[in-house]
Structures are given as C-alpha cells and as structure tokens.
Design a protein around this ligand. Structure first.
Ligand code: GLY
Length: 349
C-alpha cells in the first residue's frame, strides 16, 4: 500500500456477509450483503438496467446465459445515448470510434474477443463469432473488421453528433489531458479527470448454475488509436469459470490489466472469499500496483475509479469499487441498482 495512504481511509470487510465498516469517516454507504440469490441471476455495471432485464427475460424463457448477456448488452451497444459503449461511444484522439469486447461461456469453456474494432455497432456479437467460428480467441483492428464483414456485419458510422461535439471540445483544450506523457507528469485531481472509461459488463447464471459473461466498451475516450483496454482481455475485463463463478470490470483498464482483475476475483472466490471480499482484495492489489505520480492524488490515493462485479455459481453476487459506486442486479423481478462496497469512502484529495 502507498505509504501516504492512512489505514483509517480503508474500509474493512469484517464478516463473511461482507458488511462494509468504516474505521473513520461515516459517509460511505453500507454494502449489499453477498446473500445467495435464487437462480437465475444477472448482474451488470450500473448502465445495465435494461440489459439485465433483457438477459433475465431470456433466462426465464429457458435461454442460454451467453445468449442472455449478449442480447442484454446489445441494447446498450446500439443506444446512442450511452457514450461509453458501441454506437455513440466517445472516439479516439483522431475522432474515430474503436470498440473492444469479450465474451466467455462457462458451459463450453470457450471465449472470444475483439479489440480496436471500427465501424461495427455490436462488438460483443463479433467476439462471439470469433469464439464460435474460428480457432482463435482475440482479433484486433483491421483483421477484426475484415472478419466481421466476412461474417455478415455491415459497416456503419459510429460517431454521433454528440460524441463528435465532445471530441471537438476535447481537441480545443488539448494539452493537460493528452495521452502522451513525460515521466514527471503531475497527477490530475479526481474531479478533474475528463477522460471516460465507461463500459458495460454483464454476468448471468442460469437455473442450472451455468454461467456466461460479456464486457463491451468504446474504451478510454481520446485514446491513442490502437489502444486496447481491459474489456476484451480474458482474465482482466472478464473471466468465467463454470465451477466457481464469474467476474468483470469497468473503469480504468490500464490499472486492471496489471492485476489480471477478473481472473484474480474468481480465484479468490475459489479460495472461499465472497464475491464482495474477492473484489475488495483485488482492488487492494490495484492500489499497491499504482505508483505513478500522475495517477495519484495529493494524499496518495488513485485519482481514477475501478469497479469489479462478481457472481458465484450459487447466485451469490457482489461488487466493489475504489470509490463509492453502484451496480445492477436482477434476480427475477425488476432490475435494481445496489451499492458496490467502496474501498475508500471518499474521493482522493
Ligand atoms: N475498462 C474500459 C477501458 O479501460 O477501456
């Protein structure tokens, strides 16, 4: 842990039920207990209210968890108002939208992914076809696009007027937020971070305990063309093990890739940790491995957020984030937002 960080700023998970207890300031929300939920269950990042509802509808009708999560996130990929995923996603530094996505199916132990894919609204569907119709797992850039076109996808313009306007605003202020850094670059305060890392992760467990997941994103806004984040990396942005459970992430991908986050969460659940405990322990590794001055506040804490979501084969679920956040759950009725357990109860200073 960074020496500037006071132990009192950490929120301790003190019981198997995963009750978040503040050692000092009392402003953090209590976390949702990792209670087993009757199967089926679907969880997602907070932008997945419609996605989780759709996925649950498919599971209740007897559909497969992989079909359920992909159909769920397709709603968000095709929604121009979500500027973090698919159509309408914020572009790279040259104004082009590049999408990343992964899928993983616990039942068949198979997975597929695409990175830096242009011109296709639904990269999760392309990732699925990489899984089902090739001997490969991960296609990127021009090769991923050619594969998508060969398998029947049509090229479309992914930049909306809104995302183009935001890109032009960013370009007009370009300098402090540039992606090209020197060794000595200063940190940016939490509230001033104007890059966006939004993403959707969706995980589902069917009534028989079979699990699938997907993570899909337009990635970091204003990125260097070709930058790939954690979302399409199996073991970082998504991991599914049908014997144990699944995990996924949203937030700063560069921080997650270093700790192989989703795989780490699943391995910690294998050791007996609850989903929430596993997510918290993985976030502690993220803090330990974040040493760059430009990524820390004056008090030594990360100036970005990172979220993990996890579910077990039995339907226990949980989420945690560096800073207060929420995630979406559907256990058969309406989708609802619940609190993630925050590792820190307040933003960095
Ligand atoms: N987690 C999304 C990204 O960093 O691209």
């Amino acid at each position: 842990m960074n020496s500037k960080i006071q132990r009192r700023d950490f929120i301790k998970i003190t019981s198997a039920a995963g009750v978040a207890l503040l050692a000092n300031e009392g402003d953090a929300r209590a976390s949702e207990p990792a209670a087993p939920s009757p199967l089926p269950v679907v969880i997602s990042s907070a932008n997945g209210m419609k996605a989780t509802a759709k996925a649950m509808e498919i599971l209740k009708a007897g559909g497969k968890p992989l079909d359920a999560v992909i159909a769920g996130v397709n709603i968000v990929e095709e929604d121009p108002s979500d500027t973090s995923v698919g159509y309408g996603g914020l572009p790279n530094e040259e104004g082009e939208v590049e999408l990343d996505a992964s899928v993983m199916d616990g039942l068949t132990c198979r997975c597929g992914a695409v990175g830096a894919l242009k011109s296709i609204k639904t990269p999760s569907k392309v990732a699925r076809l990489v899984m089902e119709r090739t001997d490969h797992i991960f296609l990127v850039g021009e090769g991923a696009l050619r594969f998508a076109l060969l398998t029947g996808f049509k090229k479309e313009d992914l930049l909306t007027d809104e995302s183009r306007k935001k890109w032009l605003e960013w370009k007009s202020k370009l300098s402090a937020t540039d992606n090209w850094l020197s060794e000595e670059s200063e940190g940016t305060a939490f509230g001033e971070v104007i890059k966006h890392y939004g993403t959707i992760n969706c995980l589902a467990v069917d009534p028989n305990g079979n699990i699938a997941g997907t993570t899909t994103t337009s990635g970091l806004s204003w990125k260097i063309p070709g930058r790939v984040g954690d979302s399409p990396i199996i073991g970082a942005g998504l991991y599914v093990d049908n014997e144990i459970g699944a995990a996924g992430s949203t937030g700063r991908g560069e921080a997650n890739i270093k700790v192989c986050g989703a795989h780490t969460v699943v391995e910690l659940m294998r050791q007996g940790k609850t989903p929430e405990q596993a997510c918290i322990e993985t976030l502690e590794r993220v803090v330990k491995t974040t040493k760059e001055k430009r990524l820390l506040g004056a008090d030594g804490r990360p100036n970005f957020n990172l979220n993990f979501y996890a579910v077990t084969k039995k339907g226990e679920y949980g989420g945690a984030a560096l800073y207060p956040s929420r995630f979406c759950v559907n256990t058969g009725a309406e989708s609802k937002l619940v609190d993630s357990a925050p590792l820190f109860n307040r933003p960095p200073r």
